[in-house]
Design a protein around this ligand. Structure first.
Ligand SMILES: [Zn+2]
Length: 281
């Protein structure tokens, strides 16, 4: 009788606790020994540390048409706190002095090469690449632009809807760029441009413009375009925008660049974005 009572006691009181104990031990063992552990990064990355926000996208902005003016607007661009790329038209009154100043302050300088457009345009005749020119003439004019602006480490096209559709013109330009170890940004003033195809073939580092910031000089629209550029940078990792040396563009960039940096966007020179893309592919 006593024995039976003891057995009953074991069954009713001890066994459930024993089961619970086994389950808890198993759980403990699983959580601490078997479940995957977080691996600490091998090398801590400064840009991803807790003190700065996560990188949301990388942005390159090119500002076109420097050279015409020397005033509060062109000066204002030399005060913007970001790595920006300034495209200078060769041959204007302030082209050489601006390129020199911009490089001294720490911005990247490229040649904003005048090229033939489908619509008639005036000015820059001395430097404009025309499709009717001989290859020797195209080469001579492009070389002259590099001698005029020795700070330049790249080139983009000013207008050029006709010239960037012409494989021969772009091939001669690519030879000169290769000789100067310079890159090309296709401003994409025509959807029929073959510039990047020619540059790829010639092994000239190149990239395209994704967003025009100020086709319309309304600050609201410039802000909208800048936002579009940021969204694209977030979506594809990087994006290239082109704006112009205009007071409205300067104003919007001055206001928005600090905010965009706080939101996790990083500004880079075009050369840095091209190098990064080359490493990725
Ligand atoms: Zn231009």
């Amino acid at each position: 009788m006593k024995q039976r009572q003891q057995n009953q006691f074991i069954l009713n009181q001890i066994l459930p606790f024993a089961f619970l104990g086994i389950i808890l031990l198993t759980l403990f063992w699983y959580v601490f020994w078997i479940s995957p552990k977080e691996v600490p990064p091998a090398t801590p990355d400064e840009s991803l540390s807790d003190t700065s926000p996560k990188v949301r996208g990388i942005i390159a902005i090119v500002i076109d048409d420097f050279g015409y003016r020397n005033d509060v607007v062109s000066e204002g661009f030399l005060d913007l706190d970001a790595r920006l790329t300034y495209a200078v038209i060769p041959g204007h009154e302030n082209s050489q002095s601006f390129a020199k100043n911009a490089q001294n302050v720490g911005y990247e300088v490229i040649i904003h090469m005048p090229m033939e457009s489908h619509v008639a345009s005036k000015g820059e005749a001395e430097y404009r690449l025309m499709t009717e020119m001989t290859s020797a003439e195209i080469e001579e004019v492009t070389e002259r632009a590099f001698s005029h602006l020795p700070q330049a480490i790249g080139m983009n096209n000013h207008q050029g809807s006709k010239a960037t559709e012409d494989p021969r013109v772009m091939r001669v330009v690519s030879d000169v760029l290769l000789r100067h170890q310079s890159y090309f940004v296709d401003s994409r003033t025509t959807s029929n441009t073959i510039a990047q195809r020619v540059m790829d073939k010639a092994m000239v580092p190149n990239i395209r413009r994704h967003v025009f910031l100020d086709n319309d000089f309304d600050p609201g629209l410039i802000y909208k375009q800048l936002n579009e550029l940021a969204l694209l940078a977030e979506e594809q990792g990087m994006a290239v925008g082109i704006g112009h040396v205009k007071k409205e563009t300067l104003h919007v960039l001055k206001e928005e660049i600090p905010k965009m940096k706080e939101q996790g966007f990083q500004f880079r020179f075009v050369s840095e974005i091209i190098n990064q893309e080359l490493q990725r592919h």
